[in-house]
Design a protein around this ligand. Structure first.
Ligand SMILES: [Zn+2]
Ligand SMILES: [Zn+2]
Length: 470
């Protein structure tokens, strides 16, 4: 038995690990690689195996860097089951369709130029048909329930605390030759304790082999600013200036967390009387999915749902969810102070760009970043304050808006959390190998040293194609 690492190997995105087990092949995640356009284009198109050679997929969670290449796997012949929690499936439904739309539009844009130059036209990585066909292959299994995807394999999903439906995957594999059973634990993305809405991550003890993420393997989150307090202060300032507060946020996860906190402020009468808009069709759909997955809620969220005056913690009087483009555009002409939560989270596309374009040159505007901003993105440039002028849709705009950043709201475990998790996972001292994935090299190298110091190891940082024998 062995695991071969194909994605999120010495990089963060494109999670994809292949378990070979006798004649059978199980794929853990099938994510999109995200990075420089050209590299991503090549990588996502050329998976190192055919879809029809895979017997089953086990999906840790719906984030596109874990699920986004499933439709390509389908297109290359994969017809087997995709196992995931029901919350992951429900989020994946909207996220894969949204991703398909982006794939189609991206190519449309590039092809316009290629047509003019008489170049061969690109075809999209996949379209809505492949996304829909992929969704028919899902088989949902709830947390803590042992199931057998095939003979000799017993599998269980555990709460990961990273996003709605996210799982730590426990696999018990019985070697067809020796009859020996080995426990492989795949961390997926590990969240943190005390996150809003979600239950705390679980530890799966007694592992023999571990594949774990190390996104923040070299970093401890600073004692985060009080997110609720910061939101309140910035909302008050913006209201006093009669401006707009624009919050670029990922449609799934971060948006719901912010709405949840604004709801708490609104219930306590601490929010100025300004309207709050969630302007992203994907965020609106995802919020509906959140509401229906009570099994993923922590106690605070369950109690909030039970409160008679406020049975919906993702809604309050001044909050408006926007789907239609016309309603989104209408916000441009309004001079009322308001809060607009919109995607994409790193300002690389989506409706948030229109709001930035229309408001970035006004000193009364506040832009509040709520998550990680990758290098070279517009979000990162604005957050760093490195340029006085920025380009939006090919046009220059002066940055007169005030920019702020919400710290302490990461959905990933930090170094301390990762070390604690690894320690407990190998509680019985049986761990024969740990593979660090979903990380840049500097982060992985530091975590490897720390893990080995704790005598948890040996530890590997696999490159694409490397194997871990079991
Ligand atoms: Zn994730
Ligand atoms: Zn991830």
């Amino acid at each position: 038995m062995k695991v071969q690492f194909w994605g999120a190997a010495q990089t963060v995105t494109g999670s994809m690990h292949l378990i070979q087990f006798g004649e059978k092949r199980i794929l853990l995640d099938c994510g999109l690689y995200q990075g420089k356009r050209k590299v991503a284009f090549e990588k996502n198109r050329n998976t190192p195996f055919d879809g029809n050679s895979i017997d089953a997929v086990i999906l840790s969670h719906a984030h596109i860097d874990h699920s986004g290449n499933l439709p390509s796997l389908h297109a290359s012949g994969f017809r087997g089951p995709i196992y995931a929690t029901s919350a992951t499936r429900d989020l994946a439904a909207f996220m894969l369709l949204d991703s398909a739309k982006i794939q189609v539009n991206d190519v449309k844009y590039v092809n316009k130029r290629r047509r003019r130059n008489n170049q061969e036209l690109f075809v999209p990585l996949y379209g809505p048909e492949q996304a829909a066909a992929t969704l028919r292959q899902f088989r949902t299994i709830e947390y803590d329930h042992m199931f057998s995807p095939m003979e000799g394999v017993n599998c269980r999903f555990h709460v990961a605390g990273h996003m709605l439906g996210a799982s730590i995957v426990e696999l018990n594999l019985t070697d067809p030759d020796s009859g020996e059973t080995k426990r492989l634990v795949f961390s997926g993305d590990i969240g943190r304790s005390d996150m809003p809405i979600l239950r705390d991550p679980k530890v799966v003890a007694d592992a023999d082999y571990v594949i774990m993420e190390a996104t923040y393997g070299n970093r401890n989150h600073k004692e985060g600013s009080d997110v609720k307090k910061t939101l309140k202060e910035i909302a008050e300032e913006t209201y006093a200036d009669r401006g707009k507060l624009i919050i670029p946020a990922f449609s799934v996860g971060r948006t719901q967390e912010i709405v949840y906190r604004l709801n708490l402020l609104a219930e306590e009468g601490q929010l100025p009387p300004m309207k709050v808009y969630v302007d992203s069709p994907l965020a609106v759909n995802a919020t509906d999915v959140f509401r229906s997955h009570v099994e993923c809620f922590n106690d605070e969220m369950i109690n909030a749902v039970l409160t008679e005056e406020d049975e919906d913690p993702l809604n309050f009087d001044n909050l408006h969810y926007i789907r239609k483009v016309e309603e989104s555009k209408a916000l441009n002409s309004s001079n009322e102070p308001c809060i607009i939560i919109s995607a994409s989270g790193m300002c690389e596309g989506g409706r948030v760009l229109h709001h930035l374009k229309n408001n970035i040159e006004k000193p009364s505007t506040r832009i509040l970043f709520a998550g990680y901003q990758a290098p070279h993105t517009l979000g990162r440039i604005l957050m760093d304050g490195s340029l006085d002028k920025v380009k939006i849709y090919g046009q220059q705009y002066e940055v007169k808006a005030k920019v702020a950043h919400l710290t302490g709201s990461s959905g990933h475990a930090d170094q301390e959390n990762l070390l604690a998790w690894a320690k407990e996972t190998s509680a019985q001292g049986n761990v024969k190998h740990i593979a660090l994935v979903h990380c840049e090299m500097d982060s992985a190298t530091e975590l490897k040293t720390k893990l080995e110091k704790l005598k948890l190891g040996p530890v590997m940082i696999p490159a694409p194609g490397d194997e871990m024998q079991m």
